[in-house]
Design a protein. Structure first.
Length: 259
């Protein structure tokens, strides 16, 4: 089984997801919390997993927050994970739950992909709901989970340069030889507003915007309009070096970090 610990790091542009996310390839289990997660996935439910152990404090408060989120979200479920139980050992290892302070709340998307998590202390319903990924965000997580880098292309159908920007991204995907995936987002899709905000993409942009995210979950480039496919590939293979977005003019690729 291949495992990826993906951290969405803040760069000079101020981008950062809510927390570090541990992404692992899915596996089957016949008992315990893993079985509950499989059932939630089968029903297309978002799963809020409350990680506990005997004697831990703050459980009732965390349950109250999660229950409120479940009511507001609708198609969601609260699942308990006692990290001391033998049947949960594989999940504890996979998501590195043995050491952190508990209770912890993990968020699994409706397709079973883990999308985030937080220490329960001080967690609000609003913050918890903010961790639930949009459809396009789930696509991005899936690409990163597979070990690929990603191009997030945000545009509108009425943009003159949309076609050329799409071609550039697809050419970059070909050049990357299986190491790059594309997520397309409609700037007019209100359901993706939060996702676009996380990427610092202006929904009022007059040109398509392409954000490059490395396989480690770092933003390594931001391009306005059609980009050079080779520059997209180059940016996708770099580590975040404190540049785009925000550190370079529109359309420029991030330079290599200084050694």
């Amino acid at each position: 089984m291949r495992k990826y610990a993906v951290r969405f790091l803040k760069n000079a542009g101020g981008f950062g997801f809510v927390c570090a996310m541990i992404l692992a390839t899915p596996s089957e289990s016949a008992a315990g919390t893993a079985d509950d997660l499989q059932k939630a996935k089968g029903k297309g439910q978002v799963a809020f997993v409350l990680v506990t152990e005997p004697g831990a404090g703050g459980i009732a408060e965390a349950e109250s927050v999660i229950s409120d989120a479940v009511k507001k979200l609708g198609k969601a479920v609260l699942i308990q994970l006692d990290r001391t139980r033998p049947e949960n050992a594989e999940l504890v290892t996979r998501y590195r739950l043995a050491g952190p302070q508990i209770p912890i709340v993990l968020v699994f998307a409706s397709n079973g992909i883990i999308a985030g998590g937080s220490i329960a202390a001080g967690l609000t319903t609003e913050r918890l709901l903010g961790m639930v990924p949009t459809k396009r965000e789930v696509e991005l997580i899936g690409i990163l989970q597979s070990g690929k880098s990603a191009l997030v292309l945000a545009s509108r159908s009425d943009m003159v340069e949309e076609g050329e920007t799409v071609k550039a991204c697809k050419k970059a995907e070909d050049l990357a030889a299986g190491k790059l995936g594309i997520v397309r987002v409609d700037l007019t899709d209100k359901a993706e507003k939060a996702f676009l905000a996380k990427l610092k993409i202006d929904v009022g942009s007059r040109q398509p915007v392409t954000v490059v995210i490395s396989s480690r979950g770092q933003v390594t480039g931001s391009f306005i309009g059609p980009a050079n496919p080779s520059e997209l590939v180059l940016a996708s293979a770099k580590m975040a070096g404190g540049c785009c977005p925000g550190g370079r003019k529109a359309g420029a690729a991030c330079p290599a970090p200084a050694r």
